[in-house]
Design a protein around this ligand. Structure first.
Ligand SMILES: NC(=O)C1=CN([C@@H]2O[C@H](COP(=O)(O)OP(=O)(O)OC[C@H]3O[C@@H](n4cnc5c(N)ncnc54)[C@H](OP(=O)(O)O)[C@@H]3O)[C@@H](O)[C@H]2O)[C@H](O)CC1
Ligand SMILES: [K+]
Length: 462
């Protein structure tokens, strides 16, 4: 899986400890982190009055290094601390700062604010007065920088443990942490930059990277490129959107089975009308089907439940979306191998109940228990495989929150599944292409517009 690793606070500490055991000096790592952050602030910021807030731990230590280096470059810097520095490295960094250290609770605001109060060591919310002071100083600043994490966010979940201001830029040190990508924390940062510290970071969790696609081979034909079957239901528009997305995903052939026939194209999609359930069983029995999509516009009545049963009885890899997920929650049936579930928050709860942990933890548990790849959708979409691998997509267009975009995603997922026969890869590629198509559409688009943007999104990744 491609993409930058995402580490929890404990994993980050383990990686740090491994680097120390391998001979890296603890303070040297803080210098590397502080230097990398100072460079980013120097490039992104103004050479104007800057206030660096330093906390008691190593995040505060980074702050003292940043203050020293910015001052060396001629930036007018003031430092304000919350309290004494508690770690040996932070004390050494503080000793390297040759200016005064003000009391954070009475320090005057500045044009630029650097928050180095707390990072991965935050264990509880900030005291109310401290959080209020941080918010007040941030509101008064033109530019705001968070060192490693905005102070007050829980590293592993992205929850806000106290009031947290909005930051223009957050500098992730060494690796992304879940809070950099998961909401609500991720929504408080305009821009996220990763500072490489040169330490090894093993992880099964990555930020979703760009899809890596290949064009069809010279000898390919419509069946070798993947056959997608879509079962339609009560609301025909949804399965039509999904079918067109599947057809534009790079798959070779798309068949849609429904009670209705559409009045318009694209004519490349083969539509088969059915009247009773037995007919559908015959239609989907074609063993060349590489992915069978059920759910968009399916409905929740007895007919819909029977259609889902047809899909579950087939041996095809399934993509279950929307109403199929709600119906699945009422059943206790295993899924065919290589299947993919695409729940949003409500569907996820109906299917898997209230699970503990972060959205990453919950998606991973759901994938393990269902045996399917789970795309847990939202402003932060988490893609989890039953073997524990996870990709997190963040920063997608908020204009995607409109009717029909989920149907387009489901069709794309089915298309890429038919092309690749690899559910995790297919899910990652589909989420990437969906997000890129949205970016290309700009503002106030409708789901149909995404369909038109798909060929360009695919062409960009060949
Ligand atoms: N990962 C790396 O490779 C590097 C990371 N660096 C930086 O180090 C921090 C993590 O440093 P750490 O010292 O572990 O943690 P913090 O600086 O975030 O803060 C821990 C101290 O803060 C106290 N604490 C925790 N929560 C609160 C609170 N709400 N109010 C007051 N005090 C709090 C905590 O004490 P406890 O009371 O919890 O015992 C600690 O004293 C990482 O984020 C990076 O910025 C290195 O610079 C190098 C490379
Ligand atoms: K911070």
């Amino acid at each position: 899986m491609t993409g930058v690793p995402i580490l929890t606070a404990a994993q980050m500490r383990q990686a740090e400890q491994a680097a120390f055991r391998a001979g890296t000096d603890e303070y040297a790592l803080m210098e590397i982190a502080g230097r990398a952050a100072a460079e980013i602030i120097w490039r992104a910021g103004h050479r104007r009055d800057t206030l660096v807030l330093c906390g008691p731990g190593n995040n505060g230590g980074d702050g003292f290094v940043i203050a020293r280096l910015l001052k060396e470059r001629g930036v007018p810097v003031r430092v304000a601390a919350l309290c004494d520095s508690r770690t040996a490295s932070a004390q050494r960094a503080r000793a390297g700062w040759d200016g005064p250290v003000e009391d954070m609770m009475i320090a005057a605001p500045a044009v630029q604010l650097v928050d180095a109060l707390f990072g991965t060591g935050l264990s509880r919310g900030l005291e109310d007065a401290v959080a209020a002071r941080l918010c007040w100083l941030a509101e008064d600043a033109a530019l705001t920088f968070a060192v490693d994490l905005p102070s007050g966010v829980e590293t592993d979940s992205g929850a806000l443990l106290s009031a947290v201001p909005h930051f223009g830029l957050c500098i992730a040190l060494g690796a992304y942490k879940p809070a950099h990508l998961l909401h609500p924390a991720a929504g408080l940062v305009d821009r996220l930059v990763l500072a490489d510290l040169g330490i090894e970071l093993p992880s099964h969790v990555h930020r979703l990277g760009p899809a890596e696609l290949t064009a069809p081979g010279a000898d390919s034909h419509k069946y070798t490129r993947g056959l997608v079957a879509v079962i339609g239901g009560a609301m025909p528009g949804a399965s039509l959107l999904a079918s067109i997305a599947a057809a534009r995903s790079g798959a070779g052939s798309v068949r849609r089975y429904a009670h209705d026939l559409p009045s318009a194209g694209p004519h490349a999609i083969v539509h088969r009308q059915f009247d009773d359930i037995d007919e559908v069983t015959g239609l989907v029995s074609d063993e060349r089907v590489g992915a069978l999509l059920v759910g968009p516009g399916l409905g929740l009545d007895a007919k819909a439940a029977a259609l889902l049963d047809v899909a579950l009885s087939s041996a095809h890899p399934l993509v279950l979306d929307a109403d199929a997920l709600t119906l699945l929650a009422r059943k206790d049936r295993p899924l065919p191998p290589d299947s993919i579930l695409t729940p949003h928050e409500g569907e996820f709860h109906r299917l898997f109940g209230v699970l503990p942990g972060s959205k990453i933890d919950r998606a991973r548990s759901a994938a393990r228990s269902s045996g399917a790849v789970v795309i847990y959708k939202g402003p932060d979409s988490v893609i989890a495989a039953p073997d524990g691998r996870v990709a997190v997509a963040s920063g997608m267009s908020s204009w995607l929150s409109t009717a029909g975009t989920g149907d387009v995603l489901a069709g794309l997922v089915a298309g890429r599944l038919a092309v690749t026969s690899d559910p995790l890869r297919a899910a990652c590629e589909a989420v990437w292409l969906h997000g890129d198509a949205a970016r290309r559409c700009g503002a106030a688009f409708v789901a149909d517009d995404l369909l038109d943007a798909l060929p360009a999104a695919i062409a960009a990744r060949l």
